[in-house]
Design a protein around this ligand. Structure first.
Ligand SMILES: [Zn+2]
Length: 443
């Protein structure tokens, strides 16, 4: 036994012999069960809007019921139902919350090559809306929860299964509703959620990296408006609103947003060395700007012979946690370089301070990956998009996005796309690793 293996063995023993808690589990069978349940789950259309998740909640509650686990439905509005279930621990530690949302973004059937709610398996991939974001994680949570019960694992902390509504439109009737109305029901020391990815060539140019999300970027939506002279199309003026706003947008996209350092980014660079060059990794390490709308024209459809007096665009900015918002808006104004430009801050969601990477749960994730995937790296990282976890992150409540099924970079970036898909083969190992982490921290 090498010194490294010995140390890992000791760490595993200290965490409480992970193998024993899963002993007797037939992981191939458990994985087949998980994939079957995931297919059923994807076939329940929970597109948001409208975000009616009652059917999905009935499905999950039915599975729990069959295993003798009672669950509670908490409805924020018609169809916006949240589901909670709890496995009781001995109370010596604060709870672990498994947080997953039941809604998905919509899908345009005409743009898909498979039925987005068909959950077909082709080319060893499971295709469908929610396959990545995040019904697969929900099923991983559900299976780990069921296996704790089936294996009669003695728990030192409660384990809570929380399936929330409305994440895709901001969480008002989901995570936020639960925290506002029923904080005691979701009180916990640790939260495991989405936003983390284990992937090949997503974070680094080569190799597998288990990226555990410990924080997320700020969200800032700006409306940019320019007013000019409107009138008859036969008599153009110099101050055309469309021309002026187009110039502003061109200057913004052609100039790199202000660079910043960030402590999480520094940790990633230390652990991983070189970072990959793809749109996910690029967004993770800098302030980013996406142009998302442009409106001008008079009438609907807009008249061809009328010069509008106003043009408006929206930009979606995702800022590193330490970036002051006012300074960023000032940068947009300066870069736009148009005296008539008006900027309106229509939405800002700040980042909560990151969860530390030296907790019992984070270390358990590290030892589990070291044991099961010795060639892979683990890193804390910054999720480039928003999740429900942001509501839960607090100095004494640690929130981690963790999903140990290894995907390709393309599969990760298929979330919200017309070809969302999850590889079937690595699901078994991912399920086992996830269970080992959950059973290790709670058992
Ligand atoms: Zn999601």
């Amino acid at each position: 036994m090498t010194r490294r293996k010995l140390l890992l063995g000791m760490a595993a023993a200290a965490a409480g012999a992970p193998a024993a808690r899963g002993a007797g589990t037939d992981w191939t069978k458990a994985s087949q069960e998980a994939i079957g349940r995931l297919r059923e789950y994807i076939r329940i259309d929970t597109s948001n809007p409208p975000g009616n998740v009652a059917g999905a909640v009935s499905f999950l509650a039915g599975v729990l019921q069959k295993e003798g686990i009672q669950s509670e439905r908490l409805e924020a509005a018609p169809g916006k139902v949240n589901l909670l279930a709890r496995l009781p621990g001995n109370g010596s530690k604060r709870a672990l919350l498994l947080l997953n949302h039941t809604d998905t973004v919509p899908a345009d059937r005409s743009r898909w090559q498979t039925d987005p709610w068909g959950a077909e398996i082709q080319l060893n991939r499971l295709w469908g809306r929610g396959a990545v974001d995040m019904k697969s994680t929900g099923i991983l949570h559900l299976m780990a929860f069921l296996l704790l019960k089936r294996n009669r694992v003695p728990l030192k902390r409660d384990v809570i299964f929380a399936a929330t509504a409305d994440e895709e439109v901001g969480g008002g009737s989901g995570a936020k509703f639960l925290l506002d109305k029923y904080p005691q029901k979701v009180e916990s020391e640790y939260v495991l959620e989405e936003g983390g990815f284990s992937a090949n060539r997503l974070f680094t140019p080569e190799g597998d990296v288990y990226g555990v999300s410990v924080a997320q970027k700020q969200v800032l939506w700006l409306h940019l408006t320019v007013e000019g002279t409107g009138g008859h199309g036969s008599q153009p003026a110099d101050d055309n609103a469309i021309a002026m706003l187009s110039g502003v947008l061109r200057r913004i996209v052609e100039t790199a947003p202000p660079k910043r350092t960030d402590p999480i980014l520094d940790q990633m660079l230390t652990r991983l060395g070189t970072l990959a060059d793809n749109r996910f990794a690029n967004s993770m390490r800098r302030n980013s700007i996406a142009l998302t709308s442009f409106r001008a024209g008079v009438g609907d459809p807009p008249k061809d012979n009328v010069v509008p007096s106003i043009a408006t665009a929206s930009i979606d900015c995702r800022l590193l946690p330490g970036q002051p918002v006012d300074e960023f808006i000032e940068w947009v104004r300066k870069t736009g370089a148009e005296p008539k430009l008006k900027i309106e801050n229509v939405h800002h969601q700040p980042s909560q301070p990151p969860s530390p990477a030296d907790t019992e749960l984070f270390r358990l994730i590290e030892t589990t990956v070291a044991r099961e995937a010795p060639n892979a790296k683990v890193t804390p990282y910054l999720t480039p998009f928003g999740t429900d976890g942001n509501f839960f992150r607090r100095p004494d409540r640690y929130v981690y996005g963790f999903f140990p099924v290894v995907l390709s970079a393309e599969e990760v970036m298929s979330m919200h796309s017309d070809a969302e898909r999850m590889p079937v083969a690595p699901f078994e190992k991912g399920l086992r690793m996830f269970y080992e982490v959950v059973a290790g921290i709670a058992g």
